[in-house]
Design a protein around this ligand. Structure first.
Ligand code: NDP
Length: 332
């Protein structure tokens, strides 16, 4: 078996030196366990937080232990009732070619519903994040303007499309002209702006002639400063992520525009997708329905090969992915 461990805690932006590869034997299965062959593995921005020696809403990764995250795999051996070799499962597993997992900790994936990789994206954790963050906290209404940062990523691309389904205007912020074009041309966003080019506030002002009613914030920092300067009375701000700040060695003090929140009676509310664990099935069913009806589209950036996992992870912080970043290890 091949595994990836956390070799060293990063200071600032991580590098490949923070990871190490080891060869190990596959342990013998016990009753109730499955041997799962990794097919697709997810890298996610929250993993950066777990590399620090600081508890957030999940404990940090331990040094010289396997990194863990979302995996779609195939059961190779089963000592658990209800699972047979060939079953496709989703679990929180180690970065390894093979994992031994308690059957109770995995979820079966229905390969007839959608491509199995979507269990890590549109029909998985990022899908639920977009769905509940926007609908429960954002509560978009017809004709309102929804701005989303990190718009061409796994969560952001779905936020804009759900906003459209609810009759709102969707405006995306992303880091390249290709991404901007993708959002408008392929996903039906009403407008999108490139935060790396020109005056972001001015661009947003033009893209949001009636101001901002909902800001779904994936990035924080100066991008969010620009959006917050344009909010309307009663704006709702689902605080989903802070990717522009995850690699800072000195904590950021923002938001710097609290006065805007005050004078507009705006609501900014942080959330963690696991808050919605009990409603997850309902959200996933709705997303699957929209996918089937062609109301939601998605894209994946698929990196091939186990040894490229760290590189794909680091790419998240340089905008190398469009849509959900996955690593493909094997075919079913
Ligand atoms: P993405 O697929 O959006 O990948 C990350 C993207 O962030 C990159 O492609 C890049 O796009 C953008 N980015 C990277 N660095 C910066 C920067 N300095 N400033 C602005 N944009 C940057 O990731 P996810 O969709 O999986 O996650 C999006 C956010 O949501 C993250 O902050 C994540 O932590 C958070 N999240 C929160 C959850 C929760 O429960 N609250 C659950 C899931 C995700 P670009 O080219 O546009 O710069």
């Amino acid at each position: 078996n091949r595994q990836i461990l956390l070799a060293k805690r990063p200071a600032g932006m991580p590098t490949e030196e923070n990871f190490s590869f080891v060869e190990t034997a596959v342990p013998k299965l016990q009753a109730g366990q499955l041997l799962v062959n990794t097919l697709y593995l997810s890298v996610d921005p929250y993993m950066r937080g777990r590399m620090n020696d600081r508890k957030t809403y999940v404990p940090p990764y331990a040094l010289n232990e396997m990194i863990t995250g979302g995996v779609v795999g195939q059961v190779e051996e089963s000592l658990a009732e209800g699972f047979v070799p060939g079953d496709i499962v989703l679990g929180n597993f180690g970065w390894a070619l093979y994992n031994v997992a308690a059957a109770a900790s995995v979820k079966k994936v229905n390969p007839d519903l959608a491509p199995i990789s979507t269990a890590l994206g549109v029909l998985g954790m990022p899908g639920l994040t977009a769905y509940y963050g926007l609908l429960d906290i954002g509560q978009p209404k017809e004709g309102e303007t929804v701005v989303v940062s990190g718009a061409a990523g796994a969560v952001g691309m779905l936020v804009g499309q759900i906003a459209k389904i609810k009759g709102a205007r969707a405006v995306g912020i992303a880091g390249s002209d290709e991404k901007i074009n993708y959002l408008v041309e392929e996903l039906g966003f009403d407008a999108a702006v490139n935060y790396k080019k020109g005056d972001l506030r001015q661009q947003l002002k033009e893209a949001c002639p009636s101001g901002v009613d909902i800001y779904f914030d994936n990035v924080g920092g100066t991008v969010s400063d620009a959006v917050l300067s344009l909010i309307n009375k009663g704006t709702r701000i689902p605080l989903c992520g802070r990717i522009s700040l995850y690699n800072l060695e000195q904590a950021d003090i923002g938001p710097r525009i609290q006065t805007q929140l005050l004078i507009n009676s705006a609501l900014m509310q942080g959330f963690i997708v696991s808050n919605y664990a009990e409603q997850a099935e309902e959200g996933l069913n709705q997303m699957a329905q929209w996918l089937k009806e062609g109301k939601i589209n998605y894209t994946e950036t698929i990196t091939e090969g186990f040894d490229n996992i760290p590189k794909a992870f680091l790419g998240l912080f340089c905008g190398e992915n469009t849509g959900k970043q996955l690593i493909k290890i094997a075919d079913p």
